[in-house]
Design a binder for this molecule. Sequence first.
Ligand SMILES: Cc1ncc(COP(=O)(O)O)c(C=O)c1O
Length: 423
Amino acid sequence: MNLSQKDKLYNWHPYTQHKTVGLLPAIVKGKDALLWDENGKEYIDAIASWWVNPFGHSNQVIADAIFKQLTTLEHVLFGGFTHNVAVELAEKLLSILPNNQKKIFYSDNGSTAVEVAIKVALQYNYNKGIKKTKIIAFEDAFHGDTFGAMAASGISFFTEAFKGSLLEVTRIPVPNNENNNQVLQQLENLVKTNDYAAFIFEPLVLGAAGMVMYPPEVLNQLIAICKQNNVFTIADEVMTGFGKTGKTFACDYLVEKPDMMCLSKALTGGTIPLAITTFSQEIFEGFYDDDTNKALFHGHTFTANPTGCAAALASISLLENHEMQANILRINQSHLEFERKIKNHPKVKTTRVLGVIFALEIKTESQESYYGTMRNKLYNFFIERGIILRPVGNIIYILPPYIITKNQLQKVYATIEKALEIV
Ligand SMILES: Cc1ncc(COP(=O)(O)O)c(C=O)c1O
């Protein structure tokens, strides 16, 4: 039996209906933007393995930092102790985050980063004896698969089975220029009820919804409305963080800064699971008290794992490198050029680009479902040609590692053009 066959026997994969899916390629090696399976077939990883891997697979700088940390201090509990890399990483992050962010809380993945933010928003009010138990989120948002994060997510079939067991969340539409005033008004009406602890959003780009984009101007206004009405704002930068939008954080495009931010994915360059939720001083002070019960009683065994922190420090140093910044710019220019070429194609409904993110929506007669026929046809078409792209319904998007070469990127574009012939 080969690896793919053994995998079928033993493993349960995420977002997978095992009855209808075939054997999955078994990847045995990765370098830069490329992956190889057990049969030696080469793939271009055009989505940076679910957006975690901007600096390429098997990156030597991060690998060296991890090795050094593993042989110095691989782990120590963060309850009752601290360590040098957690302090160094916190200091580094606070120097590059919006300057209202003052405290760093560590966890393990994007969902837990969101979970922590939601719990903090609720407990802050509880600590003060204020009854604010609901949150506001965008329709079509995705914030993760744990219960709080799932409640905030709007993509229905991910959450349908758990509808009755979720936190109360009110959804507002994603601004699309035509509905901006209506969205602003809707938010204003909600926050005036004093029932809401927080508004959570993916800033500028809703990733899992299909790289749906909206401008910073309207987000500034939404945040301002929350601030005027004492509702916390949570920017979920799990996908957008660390250069994806062309700036270090999507929030760097904003004048109004959020009260909390969630980070994960590219934080460690796709090496070690680590996540961070960051907070303003005001929020931290809502827990700072002589009363022990007002502390945040949330933690994970691997909180602030030193190896993860060392990987994050190495990743941030790579991101700050001039060459990496030039790569981000190069990919953005390249996407814009491809967009100019493809946007008038008779099968293309719309295109959008921000930073290294490119998305293209295919014209369809009816609404295409998330994992529907068109999506599966496209996905298989790309995989057969050695390109990893995971279309969302009728939306094809690219979010490549920043070190993808010009030729690799051209191959991805050319394969997308060919794919338009089969739909
Ligand atoms: C914006 C956003 N938030 C949270 C998550 C959840 O992250 P994780 O899969 O690491 O739990 C994701 C995952 O795609 C995401 O895109």
